[in-house]
Design a protein around this ligand. Structure first.
Ligand code: C2E
Ligand code: CA
Ligand code: CA
Ligand code: CA
Length: 277
């Protein structure tokens, strides 16, 4: 995007206007999207690196809106978060994902369904109880549901975050810290967070074979996490070189295009059956 300098006020204001108009438009469209059933869910397998078997899948929200170029969740989730739409939308994601994966999860009780939670969803005090009810109705184990929150969410109010995470954990729900290493949290903070897994941002994985410091960070983090009783999930694995490195340092879990891209629920089930033939 264009740099904003002292002499570019004119550009600045038109850019800003365009941006605001675009956001306004996007927001209106977003509000109609639920009624119009334009949302759908993609799933990406999460792989166990020792066996190369699936450990589960991450659910990723998609918006079918070709007129707007099918905006990605990075573009529209923040708007939904601002407007409060995230509550109905987030609940829809949870219910829909559990419905779509229900059969597979019941057959394979070791598999976990990971769902991303935005800050406002996580801070909703009713979330835990609602989830436990849904799990019971569907006869799924709480351990089969994994909630992913970002370190940014937790850092908004660390003490309350730890309390809420502990409640969810005590109920048996699995927890993952997403995008680890992209924010400002210290490694020491990791020890206080009652999460089962830590998801290492793909920016680190991209450094494998390119940047020795990044490799060192990954190696240390995998070891530290293990010592703290947590598992690392390496995100964004795209090459066999990255896979080999992660296996060599004993990273337990990974996901990325190298294994599979996010896909519709039916395709995920086929992928899983194929793999286990
Ligand atoms: P995330 O949770 O960090 O998800 C991982 C992102 O990396 C996904 O982008 C995924 O499609 C992408 N990805 C996976 N493997 C690879 C790879 O090998 N290479 C590359 N370059 N990318 C890979 P996506 O689906 O666009 O989602 C972006 C973000 O939107 C997610 O980041 C998550 O923070 C958020 N998001 C997605 N679905 C939901 C949702 O249902 N609720 C909430 N609150 N946020 C969501
Ligand atoms: Ca995630
Ligand atoms: Ca992530
Ligand atoms: Ca992300």
């Amino acid at each position: 995007s264009r740099r904003i300098g002292r002499n570019t006020c004119h550009f600045y204001s038109t850019d800003l206007q365009a941006l605001l108009l675009e956001r306004h438009h996007l927001r209106n469209q977003l509000h109609q999207a639920m009624d119009r059933r334009e949302f759908w869910l993609a799933y990406q397998p999460i792989i166990q690196l020792n066996s190369l078997q699936a450990a589960g899948m991450e659910c990723l929200l998609r918006w079918r809106k070709p007129q707007l170029g099918n905006p990605g969740p990075d573009q529209f989730i923040p708007l939904a978060e601002e407007s409060g739409l995230i509550h109905p939308l987030g609940n829809w994601v949870l219910q829909q994902a559990m419905d779509e994966m229900h059969e597979l999860l019941q057959q394979q009780t070791g598999l976990r369904l990971a769902i991303n939670l935005s800050p406002r969803q996580f801070w909703d005090q009713q979330l835990g109880n609602r989830l436990l009810q849904q799990l019971e109705t569907l006869q799924l184990l709480p351990t089969q549901l994994e909630l992913e929150i970002t370190e940014g969410t937790a850092l908004q109010d660390p003490d309350t975050a730890i309390r809420l995470l502990n409640e969810l954990k005590r109920a048996g729900i699995s927890l993952a810290m997403d995008d680890f290493g992209t924010g400002y949290s210290s490694l020491a903070y990791l020890q206080d967070l009652p999460v089962n897994r830590v998801k290492l941002d793909r920016h680190f994985v991209q450094g494998i074979g390119q940047d020795q410091r990044q490799e060192l960070i990954i190696t240390s983090l995998v070891r530290l996490a293990k010592d703290l009783g947590k598992e690392v999930v390496a995100e964004g694995v795209e090459t066999d070189e990255q896979l080999a490195f992660l296996q060599a340092i004993g990273c337990p879990l990974a996901q990325g295009y190298f294994f599979a891209r996010p896909m519709p629920g039916t395709a995920l089930q086929e992928w899983y059956q194929d793999k286990n033939k």
